[in-house]
Design a protein around this ligand. Structure first.
Ligand SMILES: [Fe+2]
Length: 304
């Protein structure tokens, strides 16, 4: 087993790369590379790309997690079902080890993909909340535009057998359970919010979520933006561009993030989020009902 550092990218297929790019630009990503057959989009953080679209029939292909070191990449290649470490023949390069998960999804463990200069964020100001005044004598002025995506934060999948997939991912990649949820009886756990094990370092409350006992499929990929202004600027911009809203704006219970869900032109759900919980490896897991797990602290509940 290794302990992956973070999620690296999501990989989808779509027949029209121009149409996908237009949506993703409106969503707040930026083009990193483009070929006849694939589109690579990035956030403002240095990762070369966080969203890949291959030209083809619409669908979800898989995702990549980042190995913490070249040694870890070699180690993960010794696990049953792993490919050999292979140079990545795509923009940004790097090396990958590939798996197929129990649902047939492609899982890449990557290392050494090129990092780029950060893209500029819109000018930031301090915050004047009720108790602390961080913006004294400074005016807040923002131009309309996309909510700028910084990075990919997490991915949620429906799986054939929750316990099977949970064990598969945890035993290979070191995920820890932050929260799990049951339907009906407490022993009938059907989903878990999992985070990366980085010891004393704080990581996102969830990097990977799997849920269900039925038809496997993609639920959503979630992209971090700077703050609530970016969520709301993005919401207004995506609305003005005629894109399909899915759910939000609200603040989740598990993970605590402020969320806003949208659909790309093929119905793949993507989330803008900000202000999520950050945990070390020392926080013990908790168990909830599914109703509580999908509830919101404010804003709309996530539909079952
Ligand atoms: Fe999410």
């Amino acid at each position: 087993m290794i302990k992956v550092k973070d999620i690296a990218h999501v990989r989808l297929r779509a027949p029209d790369l121009d149409k996908m790019e237009r949506f993703l630009l409106d969503f707040g990503l930026a083009r990193s590379a483009r070929s006849d057959d694939a589109l690579y989009m990035r956030g403002t953080d240095p990762e070369h790309h966080v969203h890949i679209t291959e030209r083809g029939e619409p669908g979800f292909v898989g995702m990549a997690f980042e190995a913490a070191s070249a040694d870890d990449l070699r180690a993960v290649a010794t696990i049953d079902g792993a490919s050999d470490p292979t140079p990545i023949d795509e923009p940004g390069g790097g090396t990958r080890v590939e798996f197929t998960d129990p649902n047939g999804f492609r899982v890449e463990i990557v290392h050494g993909i090129q990092r780029l200069d950060r893209l500029p964020l819109r000018p930031r100001t301090g915050v004047n909340d009720g108790s602390t005044h961080g913006r004294l004598g400074e005016l807040k002025r923002m131009e309309p535009g996309p909510g700028q995506v910084k990075r990919l934060g997490h991915l949620v999948l429906f799986v054939r057998d929750f316990r099977e997939s949970e064990a598969w991912y945890k035993s290979r990649f070191g995920f820890l359970t932050s929260d799990e949820a049951y339907l009906g009886k407490p022993e009938d756990v059907i989903m878990a919010f999992m985070r990366c094990d980085q010891g004393d370092a704080h990581v996102d409350h969830h990097t990977f979520v799997c849920a269900g006992t039925g038809e496997p499929g993609f639920n959503h990929a979630a992209f971090e933006v700077e703050d609530l202004d970016d969520i709301m600027l993005g919401h207004q911009y995506l609305t003005s561009r005629g894109h399909e809203h899915a759910q939000g704006v609200g603040r989740h219970l598990l993970g605590s993030q402020i969320f806003d869900y949208w659909k790309d032109p093929w119905g793949n759900m993507v989330e803008h989020w900000t202000d999520g919980d950050l945990l070390t490896a020392h926080t013990p897991p908790a168990t909830h009902t599914v109703e509580a797990a999908l509830g919101s602290q404010w804003g709309p509940a996530v539909s079952p």
